[in-house]
Design a protein around this ligand. Sequence first.
Ligand SMILES: Cc1ncc(COP(=O)(O)O)c(C=O)c1O
Length: 395
Amino acid sequence: MDTSRVIADRLRHVEGSPTLALAAKAKALAKAGKPVLDFTAGEPDFQTPEPIKQAAIQAIRDNQTKYTPVAGIPELRSAAAAAVNRTRGTSYQPAQTIITCGTKHALFNVFQALCQPSDEVIVLAPYWVSFPPLVRLAGATPVVVETREAEGFLPDPEAVRGALTGSTKAIIINSPGNPTGAVIDEGRLKALARLAIERDLIVVSDEIYDQLVYPPSRHVSIVQAVPEMRDRTVILGGVSKTYSMTGWRIGWAAGPQPWIEAMVNVQSHSTSNPTSISQYAALAALTGDQAPVAAMRREFQERRDRLVSGLNRLAPLRCAMPGGAFYAWCSVSGLQQSAEATAAQWLEDLLIATVPGEGFGAPGFLRMSFAASLKTIDDALGRLGEWLKKRRPAG
Ligand SMILES: Cc1ncc(COP(=O)(O)O)c(C=O)c1O
């Protein structure tokens, strides 16, 4: 049968996640016994804290193994609302939240519920790889607006204004951001908010890294910077990064109740509720001792400082200090070859696995996750230093 007639048209411009593909390649090499230094991870390398695991085991013992309400168990919706409200001065109610199968799924629900084929959605580059496909899967069109290295990859409201058309429905913001770690300051959030209000736009604010911010950077949500934004913003978050719970698949959204109800409608016909056991684990994460989060944050900060300062000693590599998340966004443009060629060469010659910027809409950069031990970081900096001394151009 002719495959091109079988696969849906809307998938024509949707490719599988390049970050997951590279991480898989690095893992395969490591499995084959190669001493790979892996910087591809989009997940913390810590274990899920013990009390969270115990809560999941207890949930199984208590037979919490049946369908739950589609939007999540009421206790977790309350806890998610409280977690969002705690740092943003908001007062979201449980009915204004939905628990989803990870933050990615919350985003999927958002675009399915709010976007249609005539809509355009502003995506700021460098962007997290899944933003454009998530928009396309809803039949809408992502419109990419570049940010600049010289401006710390922060959005330029005037550049955003220049990309708006009568079809623009939404702007996606992601602070702290993947892949750059940039934390959007209050001034720019206010300018973006003014624009959204003036042009009657929705803001989709992915705040999954809100707990992984390193002083003096500070996470500010657009709904905190401009309270009027609360009725035109949906906030996304989850337990994956904060509690090292990527495999448990729990995320959430908070926003205007009719939007949330539309998302619940989508979810009711797709996944139904997120896994019951994971929901109890996430409840323990949100309501339990937060000391493990602080410990992980401290560790990430130490690794960030080591990696970024080390890269900046290795000219022509160059790397801005990320204010949050756990990624170093390293310019390799001085090597006079593409980031893709550089990533392939580093993996082949140095067994250093990174993710090239092309998949993030930003050639010339590599993403290096510092969800890697200090020893891995030191070894990589050593290998790179040697390589730069006797470098050959990519073939
Ligand atoms: C910006 C951003 N949003 C969402 C996600 C998805 O997270 P989750 O595991 O909660 O689906 C990620 C994961 O890499 C991310 O970096």
